[in-house]
Write a protein that binds this ligand. Sequence first.
Ligand code: NAP
Length: 253
Amino acid sequence: MRILILGGTIEARALAEALGPRADFAVTVSLAGRTAEPLPQAAPVRRGGFGGAEGLALYLAAEKIDVLIDATHPYAAAISANAARAAASAGVKLIALRRPSWRKVAGDDWIEVENVEAAVAALGPAPKRVFLGLGRNELQPFAAAPQHFYLIRSVDPVDPPLAVPHAAYIVARGPFSASEDRELLQRHAIAAIVAKNSGGEATYGKIEAARALRLPVIMLKRPALPEVASVATVDEVLAAIGHALTLSTARGV
Ligand code: NAP
């Protein structure tokens, strides 16, 4: 069975680890190429876009892919939309792994906004010390609010740096614990956090730290994703793959 995993997430890496070494699967992991030095994967890696849904459909046909797993980040809406369209047009089974959102709990002070520009507006005019837990490609709109101090943590260096007078940069790859994030926020006297609702454990530390320190979190709402059959965990994907393999074996494919 030939499988293409659209990756870039912890879950995609775990799937490659589970499926990559098996003789009955030929697995390829597709990475967007956003990270300069991605973590090693337990299956061959393809980097970069496909050229939209049409490009992906052509790739699925040319590589004779049987199952497409969309295990991308919940904010990678373009690739998820492309995956749904391409799988439908190429007649390939699609399994979408949708990591559940974080839910607000008692003590959380979240201001939910539609996009990065709205997050900038939500910071208000008075200078604040702000932690930005966003990807380095999403920072540009904050240049419109240079009165704030920004603490920016990203996997790769922000180059060129954000065009603001007060910013500090941390290059680090998660997971980050609540205690280390709490210490970081206190050390920089942070008053507000901007975050995506990524879900999962790896970046939840800052949300727990914000709760403990009673800091507001300006939370970017998740983008709309195509309505396709989806599962929430790596184990459920593996079960769905096992089911598809049983069916194809029974059909003698
Ligand atoms: P996007 O807006 O959905 O995709 C933009 C383009 O990147 C797509 O149109 C596609 O190009 C290509 N692409 C994205 N994921 C791909 C994959 N797994 N394999 C091959 N090509 C892929 O996604 P994004 O710009 O990467 O990220 C959007 C948001 O997701 C950001 O908030 C980012 O921080 C977050 N995020 C993304 C990843 C990731 O691995 N993509 C990981 C962590 C966080 P074509 O149209 O040419 O096919």
